[in-house]
Write a protein that binds this ligand. Structure first.
Ligand code: BG6
Length: 496
């Protein structure tokens, strides 16, 4: 008897969601936690797209702003201090994830919960206890953790006292932290990511690199930036080494922002400009996968007199400790032109690019492009030949909750459905090895770049406003039930 073939994802595909500690936990000074860069990120209440451009990652954070933040108790001015209070709601939230059918959950550990200032020699037991409880709660529902070791959460003291990742000592502090985490949780998690969007240090040096730009001379800052990048890459390789040596079955991934750019026209100059941009995008994962600096970066250093101190030991560490898989975030695409002076520009994931006339945009100006996800998957797989994991994707939108606590977010469903279909094509038609999908913010959380609560990604609505008012109650959106069916049917619900 002939049966109809059912289209669905591979068996054992990882379905879940992804968050970061600083955007959800709150409890900013509970149980011994120290301040991190996120706790001093000032909320500027952006209203227009232009204003949004100016707050990205608070790149202008300086010593005076930090001093003001340290003496302030405000959680309204510094919303990442309250997050969505996951610290006290984790049981309820993980239960909701389980109800959707998650078999995995990507979250990060707040470094400053384990080492409050970053430079202590012994970890804060209370911090370890919290993550132990989170991991146990996941285990209760057979949810596999995917743990990011650093997601824009460097302890503030490491920035103010040591100049963040510019200082080689920060490598040792990070490894000390990694050792504590892996010693405690190496057996509990199989998948580890070292740094979230490691390439983002070029776009927001304070949040990613702990660099206070105003402390450096303008003309030396490029060297500072790339030195910090190098130190972070060495730290990532040393963390990979430690994990591999102690838990050979654990897998370590790099995590990069997949910024896909198209040439604005077929003019060779536009194509060349796009190729140059893409080499910059790939440079970081190239180092983590191939274990050596790409020619693009080495000639950039030479041509632009960027001085990076890298010794033979560093190069050996990089070459001997490469990653097992490649994970990335994907939200949007944009265009590049050799001359962008008269072209309309638009926002992206802490980027600005030339607007693509063929794409629609989110309310935040991020251009929606599911085909771009398939293109990205194919590019990454052909380049690296490593299993891939999409650890962030989603639509930030303003949701409306009605008097029955319902949110009809069909726009989110449309976005996710198109992206999951593109993933399916990449797997089945293009032969890409894709291990999992953890869309961003399965529960509403604070936006990273603009710190708004009103930019919502979740399947679960959190009753909280930009000014910090609200009950913190959780409600299921329409997409909650939709994603449940996707996971349960291994996506057959949307593919057939
Ligand atoms: C990614 C970050 O770049 O984009 C997340 O890893 C972030 O931390 C996500 O939240 C979405 O960006 P935003 O600015 O809308 O929160």
């Amino acid at each position: 008897m002939m049966t109809d073939k059912v289209n669905c994802f591979p068996e054992n595909f990882l379905w879940g969601g992804s968050t970061s500690a600083n955007q959800i936990e709150g409890a900013w000074h509970e149980d011994g936690k120290g301040l991190s860069v996120a706790d001093v990120q000032l909320f500027r209440n952006p209203k227009t797209l232009d204003e949004l451009n100016n707050v990205k990652g608070n790149t202008d954070t300086d010593d005076d702003m930090i001093k003001n933040a340290i003496v302030s108790d405000s959680t309204t001015d510094y919303p990442k201090r309250h997050g969505i209070d996951f610290y006290h709601h984790y049981k309820e939230d993980i239960k909701l994830f389980a109800e959707m059918g998650f078999n995995t959950y990507r979250f990060s550990i707040a470094w400053s919960r384990i080492f409050p200032n970053g430079d202590e020699s012994a970890p804060n037991e209370k911090g370890l206890e919290f993550y132990n409880k989170v991991i146990k709660e996941c285990a209760k529902y057979n949810i596999q953790p995917i743990i990011t070791l650093s997601h824009y959460e460097i302890p503030l003291t490491l920035c103010t006292r040591y100049n963040g990742w510019y200082n080689r000592k920060t490598i040792d502090f990070f490894i000390n932290y990694v050792k504590a985490v892996i010693t405690h949780f190496g057996k509990d998690a199989k998948y580890w990511l070292t740094f979230n969007e490691i390439d983002s240090i070029l776009r927001h040096p304070f949040m990613t690199g702990g660099l206070i730009e105003s402390r450096f001379k303008k003309e030396e800052f490029q060297s500072v930036l790339y030195q910090a990048m190098h130190n972070q890459l060495v730290a990532s390789a040393l963390a990979t080494k430690f994990i591999h040596e102690n838990y050979p079955d654990d897998k370590v991934g790099c995590m990069t922002t997949k910024l896909t750019y198209y040439p604005f026209t077929s003019k060779p100059a536009d194509v060349l400009a796009t190729q140059q941009k893409m080499r910059q995008v790939y440079a970081f994962a190239d180092i983590q996968v191939f274990g050596r600096y790409p020619a693009y970066l080495l000639s950039k250093f030479k041509n632009e007199q960027i001085n990076v101190d890298m010794n033979q030991d560093d190069l050996k560490i990089l070459s001997q400790n490469t990653v097992d898989f490649v994970s990335f975030s994907y939200y949007q695409t944009s265009c590049v032109a050799a001359d962008e002076s008269n072209l309309e520009l638009t926002n992206g994931n802490t980027t600005i690019g030339v607007k693509n006339p063929y794409l629609k945009s989110s309310e935040w100006g991020w251009q929606i492009d599911p085909t771009g996800l398939r293109i990205s998957l194919v590019d990454l797989y052909d380049r690296y030949r490593k299993p891939l994991m999409i650890v962030e994707n989603g639509l930030g939108a303003r949701d409306v909750i009605d008097s029955n606590h319902q949110v009809h977010d069909d726009y989110r469903i449309t976005y996710l459905k198109a992206h999951i279909s593109a993933m399916y094509d990449a797997i089945t038609k293009d032969g890409v090895d894709l291990m999992g999908y953890t869309p961003w913010g399965p529960i509403d959380l604070l936006s990273n770049s603009t710190i708004q609560m009103s930019k919502r990604y979740g399947f679960i609505y959190v009753d909280l406003n930009d000014d910090g008012t609200g009950s913190y109650n959780r409600y299921k959106k329409d997409s909650f039930y939709w994603y449940h069916d996707v996971i349960k049917s291994n996506a057959a619900s949307i593919l057939n």
